[in-house]
Design a protein around this ligand. Structure first.
Ligand SMILES: CC(C)(COP(=O)(O)OP(=O)(O)OC[C@H]1O[C@@H](n2cnc3c(N)ncnc32)[C@H](O)[C@@H]1OP(=O)(O)O)[C@@H](O)C(=O)NCCC(=O)NCCS
Length: 170
């Protein structure tokens, strides 16, 4: 089976990118309802994705089958480091998604590898990403490509109506 070609996203891809982004967040919200997005998020994201495609600090790639059907995408950016730790310029993978019907054919790995190369070309000294703790497939995907855990994000719900924590007085 031929590899699905990867190319830089264009303005005309924004409607497809939006559909893929919505499918990605819905999939992760099914795994963990805390990740459900706001009903207005899609509208906001349509504008955001259009901005990403034109932003020289960002990379947006699509996997396009038969020259017309976008079946996956990956996006990232390069930011200044926090000034306290190396690296001085840090890449971030913000998104990586392949439609379920086209998974396990190497498209995700090729999207991620190309993204990493382009972020390195833009000056990234290291690249980070966040992966959903309950998404075992995504965890396995990144681990299989040599990514290693750095920090964990912990969350605890706050009881509604709980009194504010006591503050100590001098
Ligand atoms: C994660 C994701 C992008 C992988 O895309 P993909 O095109 O299926 O990935 P690949 O075919 O390139 O897989 C490469 C390797 O990753 C690992 N992998 C991928 N999916 C896996 C799964 N479901 N279970 C176990 N390992 C998996 C395997 O080692 C695989 O190599 P193999 O097929 O030779 O065994 C895709 O599953 C996806 O879009 N998931 C939902 C969105 C998401 O969670 N994205 C990550 C955001 S951080």
């Amino acid at each position: 089976m031929d590899a699905i070609p990867i190319r830089a996203a264009r303005r005309g891809d924004v409607p497809s990118l939006l559909l893929l982004w919505a499918a990605m967040v819905e999939e992760n919200a099914r795994l963990d309802p805390r990740l459900a997005v706001h009903p207005d998020a899609k509208e906001h994201m349509a504008r955001t994705l259009a901005g990403w495609v034109d932003d020289p600090h960002r990379v947006v790639l699509v996997a396009e089958e038969h020259g017309r059907l976008v079946v996956g995408f990956a996006a990232g950016q390069v930011l200044a480091g926090n000034g306290l730790q190396a690296p001085a310029r840090l890449g971030e993978v913000t998104d990586c998604y392949v439609v379920p019907a086209r998974r396990r054919r190497g498209a995700g790995r090729r999207l991620a590898a190309r993204l990493l190369d382009l972020l390195a070309e833009k000056g990234a000294e290291a690249v980070r990403l966040q992966v959903v703790a309950k998404n075992a497939a995504a965890q396995a995907f990144w681990t299989s490509a040599g990514w290693e855990p750095l920090e964990e994000v912990l969350e605890k719900p706050v009881a509604k109506g709980a009194p504010p924590a006591a503050t100590s007085r001098p």
